[in-house]
Design a protein around this ligand. Structure first.
Ligand SMILES: CC(C)(COP(=O)(O)OP(=O)(O)OC[C@H]1O[C@@H](n2cnc3c(N)ncnc32)[C@H](O)[C@@H]1OP(=O)(O)O)[C@@H](O)C(=O)NCCC(=O)NCCS
Length: 218
C-alpha cells in the first residue's frame, strides 16, 4: 500500500483525536491538537494511504462512461485534461500520526501512534523515519522521548532506529504512576547514526515500499 506522509492540518484533528484516544486511552489531559498546530515548536505529521490519482486509470473509467463519436472524443480529451490537473482528494483515511517539539538543538517526540486496525504494518516506522528526517533537516543534535516501561513494542521500534535507554523517570504517568523509560539518540548527524538510519530505512523501503513525503521545512 503506497503511503503519503504530510504535516497535520486542522481538518485531520477529528481522525487524529480518535487514533490518539485508542492509543492512549488513559492519558489525561488528552493532547490538544488545535493548540499543537498553533505551536511554533511543534511538528505534527500524519500518514495515509495514497489515493489512486493515476490519470491513466481515471481516464479509463471516463472512457467507459462516454459514447463514441467526434463530439465525445473531443469531450474525452477535455475531461482527461481536467482529471490530470485535479488536486489529490483531501478526503483521506489517516492511519497514524506523530509529533515532536524542537527546542534549541533537541527534538522531543511527544507521541506516535498507528491506527489500531493497522498496527505492525510499518506505519510507526514510516512516521519515525519522517520525524528523524525532519529533525535532521532542522539541524537538531539529538532526539529524545519517554515511553512507559511496560511499552515494549514502542521501545522495540525506537531501539531499531538507534535510540537507547538513558534512564528512568519515576512515577511519570499520572494514571497508574508507571515509570517512564527515557530514550535518546546519539548526535543524529554522526556517521554511525546516519549509517544505521540508512540501513533501517532501506529495510523498510523494501518492506513497506517507498513512500511520499510532503514535508518541506524552512
Ligand atoms: C508503537 C506503535 C506506534 C508502533 O507502530 P506500528 O505501525 O505498529 O509498528 P511498525 O509496524 O512500524 O513496526 C516497527 C517496529 O516496532 C516493533 N513492533 C511493532 N509491533 C510489534 C509487536 N506487535 N511486537 C513486538 N514489536 C513490535 C518492531 O520492532 C517493529 O519492527 P519489525 O517491523 O522489524 O518487526 C504502535 O504499536 C502504536 O500505535 N501503539 C500505541 C501507541 C503507543 O504506544 N505509542 C508509543 C508511545 S511512546
Amino acid at each position: 500500500m503506497p503511503l503519503t506522509v504530510r504535516f497535520m492540518r486542522r481538518q485531520d484533528i477529528a481522525q487524529v483525536t480518535e487514533i490518539d484516544h485508542q492509543a492512549f486511552p488513559t492519558e489525561w489531559p488528552p493532547t490538544n491538537f488545535q493548540r499543537e498546530l498553533e505551536n511554533n515548536l511543534a511538528y505534527y505529521i500524519v500518514v495515509y494511504e495514497t489515493q489512486n490519482n493515476n490519470p491513466q486509470s481515471n481516464a479509463q473509467s471516463i472512457h467507459r462512461e462516454l459514447q463514441p463519436g467526434i463530439f465525445d472524443r473531443v469531450r474525452r480529451i477535455f475531461l482527461r485534461n481536467q482529471v490530470t490537473k485535479e488536486e489529490p482528494s483531501e478526503e483521506v483515511s489517516i492511519l497514524g500520526y506523530a509529533g515532536m517539539w524542537i527546542m534549541a538543538d533537541e527534538a522531543h517526540i511527544t507521541s506516535i501512534a498507528a491506527h489500531q486496525g493497522h498496527r505492525h504494518q510499518g506505519i510507526g516506522a514510516a512516521l519515525l523515519i519522517c520525524l528523524i528526517e525532519l529533525a535532521s533537516a532542522k539541524h537538531t543534535r539529538i532526539m529524545t522521548l519517554e515511553a512507559r516501561v511496560s511499552n515494549q513494542i514502542a521501545q522495540n521500534l525506537y531501539y531499531k532506529f538507534g535510540f537507547d535507554k538513558l534512564g528512568v523517570r519515576k512515577a511519570y504517568y499520572l494514571d497508574n504512576k508507571e515509570d517512564a523509560v527515557i530514550m535518546s539518540t546519539e548526535y543524529i548527524g554522526s556517521p554511525s547514526f546516519k549509517e544505521k538510519f540508512t540501513q533501517v530505512k532501506q529495510a523498510y523501503d523494501k518492506k513497506i515500499g517507498p513512500f511520499t513525503r510532503v514535508l518541506s521545512v524552512s
